[in-house]
Design a binder for this molecule. Structure first.
Ligand code: KIV
Ligand code: ZN
Length: 405
């Protein structure tokens, strides 16, 4: 296997259900994970990292269920995470088995600090274990991804050796994690360029990147990595994840969508090409964001890029006036491109059940008829007291409703 030809699209690897779920307080049950996985498939992600099967019976069950119900013929690849141990790999192999396309993602730290204090292993040991465990994972599936954890703080020469050995053992994707969100964009770009120049068999694997947002640089780092040759981006909806979170899917996708004339040449295309850079259906972005926020309980800050409540709102008179004359004065993308209705229907006391149901669906809620009736009555009561009902009002009605049932 070789790197995708330069005109291919950038693969989107969504890890909302694995790294995203590692956000403090963001646990999801099996059914909730399945609902999100189905929506991620509608969004068009190429790979869903559905969980860490060895971590708990619930995670195993979720990965297996998603593999069976979402990993269908035309569905995404379903991936399970595994440390570089036989027990983890066996569990991941078992969980992804029902998927038509299943991947094992195995990882082992390569930074001196992780090897010395966490793994208590020498460089020589890590260099031996990585290919051995990749080869073991290959006995379960052809599609094996290897991550040298904390690559961003690893000695590059050692990193090159581990990557070469992992690819020689059969890794089809090598993922470069900035585990602690330490790198700057130019450093991340240089790291990918160094890997391309110094790992002799790198053309036999897809280069992927994974990064955390401790310094708020994860998305910028990935965009530099794309320019340097990365062709898979590991990200989460709303950027949820460990500590300050992971690179946000919606920001990466929309940056490349809105600025495609800038990014096209890095994929070997003419700047003016209209071919999308990813397989994402951007009109599903808002709905997916709301669904993940509602099910994880992770609030999206109002000024969050792309999906925040204020992302398309204009408050100052000068801006409102400009936008009314020509939207492009203060908007670089159309609200409809992420799935918002252009003319936001303002819900109030005159709105009917249909408009209410439609708004609920746009926000990612599917209520049965009884729950819808109860929520609609509460909405009407509130609409008598308030001029305009906001999305937050609607969400609190539905959340109260689900607490009471
Ligand atoms: O941040 C990290 O290094 C990870 C690995 C498991 C890829 O999440
Ligand atoms: Zn991570």
């Amino acid at each position: 296997m070789s790197n995708p030809p330069s005109h291919d699209r950038i693969l989107i690897f969504d890890t909302t259900l694995r790294d995203g779920e590692q956000s403090p307080g963001a646990t999801l049950n099996v059914e909730e994970k399945l609902v999100i996985a189905k929506q991620l498939a509608r969004l068009g992600v190429d790979i869903i990292e559905a969980g860490f099967p060895f971590a708990s019976p619930g995670d195993f069950e979720a990965v297996q269920k998603i593999a069976r119900e979402v990993g269908t013929e035309n569905g995404p690849t379903i991936c399970g995470l595994a440390r570089a141990t036989k027990g983890d790999i066996e569990r991941a192999g078992e969980a992804i088995k029902p998927a038509v396309k299943g991947r094992i993602h195995t990882f082992l730290a390569t930074s001196d600090i992780h090897m010395e204090y966490k793994l208590r292993k020498s460089r020589a040991e890590v260099l031996a274990i990585a290919p051995e465990m990749v080869a073991y994972a290959k006995t379960f599936t052809n599609d094996v991804e290897f991550s040298p954890e904390d690559a961003g703080r690893s000695d590059p020469e050692f990193l090159y050796q581990v990557l070469e050995a992992a690819i020689a053992a059969g890794a089809t994707t090598v993922n470069i994690p900035d585990t602690v969100g330490y790198l700057t964009p130019s450093e991340f770009g240089d790291l990918i360029r160094g890997i391309k120049a110094n790992v002799p068999n790198i053309d036999q694997a897809v280069i992927s990147v994974h990064g955390h947002n401790d310094l708020g640089l994860a998305v910028a780092n990935f965009l530099e990595a794309v320019k340097a040759g990365a062709r898979q981006l590991e990200c989460t909806i709303n950027g949820i994840g460990e500590r300050a979170g992971n690179a946000a899917l919606e920001e990466l996708v929309m940056a490349m969508h809105v600025r495609r004339a800038f990014y096209n040449p890095f994929l070997g295309r003419p700047a003016e090409s209209e071919e999308p850079l990813t397989n994402i259906d951007t009109r599903q972005i808002y709905k997916t964001s709301r669904l993940v926020s509602n099910l994880t309980g992770m609030f999206v800050q109002p000024n969050k890029a792309i999906v925040g409540a204020n992302a398309f709102a204009h408050e100052s008179g000068i801006h409102q006036d400009g936008v009314l004359k020509n939207k492009l004065t203060y908007e670089i993308m159309d609200a409809t491109s992420i799935g918002l209705t252009d003319n936001q229907i303002v819900l109030g006391k005159h709105s009917g059940r249909n408009a209410f149901r439609t708004r609920l669906q746009e926000l990612g809620y599917e209520l049965d008829d009884q729950a819808l009736n109860r929520a609609f009555l509460r909405f009407k009561e509130l609409a008598d007291k308030k001029k305009e009902i906001t999305d937050w009002d609607i969400e609190s009605i539905v959340n109260d409703e689900s607490r009471q049932t």
